[in-house]
Design a protein around this ligand. Structure first.
Ligand code: UT7
Length: 367
C-alpha cells in the first residue's frame, strides 16, 4: 500500500510590512479596532517585480531543499491561488519552468482560501493511486494587488505570501490520513472579484466601477466560517477514526482570531492547541495554512509523528479539512541543491524560447 507523506516545506513572504498604523493613514480605521475585531497587527505586501509566481518559486525551492528532492523528480505541481499571474497560463507552469521541474505536469487550483487543503488532497490521491511519486503543492497569493485600498472592510484583512509542501510516496504508513472538501456556490456573491472574467471582461467601465477589486460581505462570511470550521474538523477525523485528543495541532485558515476562537469553542479545545500567526501576516488566503504549518515545523512545535488537522474556508463558498501525520524528509543517500539547479532552469528556458523563435523563422509565423 502506498502512503503520501509531507517531506518538505517552505514559505516566502515579501519584506515590506504594512502595519495597522500605516493603514490608519490610508482609511478611517485604527490599530485598536483592527486588533480587537481581527487579531491582525501587520501584514506583508509585495513591491515592484514581486508576484504570485516569484513568492511561489521561493517557497518551492525551500520545500525541495528540505525534502532533498531534485526538481526534475517532481511529477506534479499544483498551485492553489486566487491571484494568479494571468488568467492563463497557469502560475504553476511558470513555477515549473523557473525551478526546472522538467518532468512535471502543472496546473492551478481555484478554491480560494480552502484551496491548499483541496490541492494537498488531490496530490495525495494521485500519489496513493500509484500514478505519481512526487508532488509539489503551493499556496501563493498577492491579494494586495486586488484590494481596494479605500475599502476599510477588506484592506485591513489581507496580506501576501506563499507556502509549499513536497509530498512523496512511501510504503511507510502515515502522511495524509483523510480529507473532506465542501462547496456551496449559492454563497458565491459574499466574497467575489466581479471583473476580469468572462462575465465582466475588463473594460474601462468595469475598472471605473471597481469590479476588479475584492468585494466581501464580512458578516456573512464570518457567520459561515464559524459554522463550518469545527464541523469539517470533526468530519475528517471521523473518516480515519481518530479522536480530537490525539491531535497535537489544529492549523486553521488565518482569517480572524474570533473565527479561530469560535472553532476552538465548537471543538471544546483550548486556544493553545491552535497554530496562530495571523497577527504578523493577516489573511494570506490559500497561503495562510502552509505558512502557519511551516513556521510550526521550523520552530520545533511540529515534530515527526505528530497528528495535525488543517482546516479552512473561503470564497466559493468552499470549506474543508485534512488530517495528517507529520513525517519530515525521507532518508536519502544523495544530497541535492535545488537552488543551484535554478541557473540551469533559466538557461534551459531561454534555449527553449530561442528554439521556438528559430522554428517560427523557418516555418513562418501564422501560416
Ligand atoms: O478568507 C476569508 C476572508 N474573509 C473573512 O474571513 C471575513 C470574515 N469577516 C470578518 O472577519 C469580520 O466580519 C470583519 C473583520 C470583516 C468585520 O468585523 P465585524 O466585527 O463583523 O464588524 P462589522 O462589519 O459588523 O462592523 C462593526 C462596526 C461598523 O460600525 P457601526 O455601524 O457599528 O457604527 C463598521 O462601520 O465597525 C465599523 N468598521 C470599522 N471601524 C474601523 C468596519 N470596518 C472597520 C475598520 N475600522 N476597518
Amino acid at each position: 500500500m502506498t502512503f503520501a507523506h509531507i517531506t518538505g516545506w517552505g514559505m516566502s513572504v515579501p519584506e515590506t510590512i504594512l502595519t495597522n498604523d500605516d493603514l490608519s493613514k490610508m482609511v478611517e480605521t485604527n490599530d485598536e479596532w483592527i486588533r480587537d475585531r481581527t487579531g491582525i497587527r501587520e501584514r506583508h505586501i509585495v513591491r515592484g517585480g514581486q508576484t504570485t509566481a516569484s513568492l511561489a518559486v521561493e517557497a518551492s525551492l525551500k520545500a525541495l531543499q528540505r525534502a532533498n528532492l531534485h526538481p526534475a523528480d517532481i511529477d506534479l505541481i499544483i498551485c492553489s491561488t486566487s491571484t494568479p499571474e494571468h488568467i492563463f497560463p497557469a502560475t504553476a507552469c511558470l513555477v515549473q519552468d523557473r525551478i526546472g521541474a522538467t518532468k512535471a505536469g502543472a496546473f492551478d487550483l481555484s478554491a480560494a482560501c480552502t484551496g491548499f487543503i483541496f490541492a494537498v488532497n488531490m496530490a495525495a490521491q494521485s500519489i496513493r493511486s500509484g500514478a505519481i511519486q512526487n508532488a509539489l503543492v503551493i499556496g501563493s497569493e498577492t491579494l494586495s494587488r486586488f484590494v481596494d485600498w479605500h475599502d476599510r472592510g477588506t484592506c485591513i484583512l489581507f496580506g501576501d505570501g506563499a507556502g509549499a509542501f513536497v509530498l512523496q510516496a512511501s510504503d511507510m504508513p502515515g502522511g495524509i490520513l483523510s480529507a473532506v472538501m465542501h462547496s456551496d456556490g449559492s454563497g458565491g456573491d459574499s466574497l467575489i472579484i466581479q471583473g476580469g472574467g468572462s462575465k465582466h471582461p475588463t473594460t474601462e467601465a468595469t475598472v471605473q466601477a471597481g469590479k476588479h477589486f475584492i468585494e466581501m460581505d464580512g458578516n456573512e462570511v464570518f457567520r459561515f466560517a464559524t459554522r463550518v470550521m469545527a464541523q469539517a474538523t470533526r468530519e475528517t477525523l471521523e473518516i480515519v477514526g481518530i479522536q480530537l485528543d490525539d491531535i497535537k495541532w489544529i492549523i486553521p485558515h488565518q482569517a480572524n482570531i474570533r473565527i479561530i476562537a469560535a472553532a476552538a469553542r465548537g471543538l471544546k479545545l483550548p486556544m493553545d492547541r491552535f497554530i496562530v500567526n495571523l497577527d504578523r501576516y493577516g489573511n494570506t488566503s490559500t497561503a495562510s495554512i502552509p505558512i502557519a504549518t511551516v513556521e510550526a515545523a521550523e520552530d520545533g512545535r511540529l515534530q515527526p509523528g505528530d497528528r495535525i488537522v488543517l482546516v479552512g474556508f473561503g470564497a466559493g463558498l468552499t470549506w474543508g479539512a485534512l488530517a495528517a501525520e507529520w513525517t519530515g524528509p525521507l532518508p536519502s543517500e544523495r544530497k541535492v541543491y535545488p537552488r543551484r539547479y535554478r541557473l540551469w532552469a533559466r538557461i534551459r528556458s531561454i534555449l527553449l524560447r530561442v528554439v521556438r523563435f528559430i522554428e517560427g523563422a523557418i516555418w513562418g509565423r501564422g501560416s
